[in-house]
Design a binder for this molecule. Structure first.
Ligand SMILES: [Zn+2]
Length: 197
């Protein structure tokens, strides 16, 4: 099994390019002004990717890695951000932006949908969803200034999705698109117990 840290950077870049094209998005480095904005709300810009409209920003050049970003985490976060782009399309960019800023419940829902794409990729790669995964993933929302109730809802949502994903179900459009590409171009990263689509 290839370790997360040993994944070929070329795979990360080709995957990201495919996903950007598929979801009509662009990829760039986090601009300084956005980094400053993230710091202002107590988030460490080096740890987060951000999507504004169709622009996806990473704090690292894709394919490079550091202590915050393994090549595998770049793949799963790219899928996460593409789910946001797809949701922007479905809900309308302005309406979604407004929801995101003004309602912690709606912000949690948006993040939940994107976390499901990561859940699907975890299953594809590891052949299981660890019991701890929904809780740890949901608790990452603490940095998003949501309420304790939102955190509970987020964890429950992921726990409800987990058995569906464990049985091979794909819920998110970004997860489905990601797995379709990975099955074809990087099947060596798939867990041996997971069947190709
Ligand atoms: Zn997100």
């Amino acid at each position: 099994m290839i370790e997360d840290a040993d994944i070929d950077p070329a795979i990360v870049r080709a995957f990201a390019a495919h996903m950007a094209k598929r979801f009509n998005a662009t990829i760039g480095r986090t601009p300084a002004a956005l980094q400053a904005g993230l710091r202002l709300v107590g988030m460490q810009p080096e740890k987060y990717a951000t999507t504004l409209g169709r622009a996806i920003y990473f704090p690292i050049d894709l394919g490079a890695s550091n202590e915050h970003w393994s090549p595998w985490s770049q793949i799963t976060v790219m899928a996460h951000e593409c789910q946001h782009v797809a949701d922007n399309d479905a809900r309308g960019m302005l309406a979604k932006g407004w929801d995101y800023i003004t309602s912690t419940t709606r912000r949690t829902e948006h993040e939940n949908r994107a976390h499901v794409a990561q859940l699907e990729l975890e299953m594809w790669r590891r052949g299981e969803v660890a019991q701890w995964w929904p809780g740890v993933r949901a608790s990452a929302l603490k940095s998003y200034h949501v309420t304790d109730t939102d955190l509970l809802v987020a964890e429950r949502y992921l726990r409800v999705c987990a058995p569906i994903v464990r049985r091979g179900g794909l819920i998110s459009v970004a997860g489905a698109a990601a797995i379709e590409w990975l099955d074809e171009h990087a099947p060596e990263l798939r867990h041996p117990t997971v069947r190709p689509r």
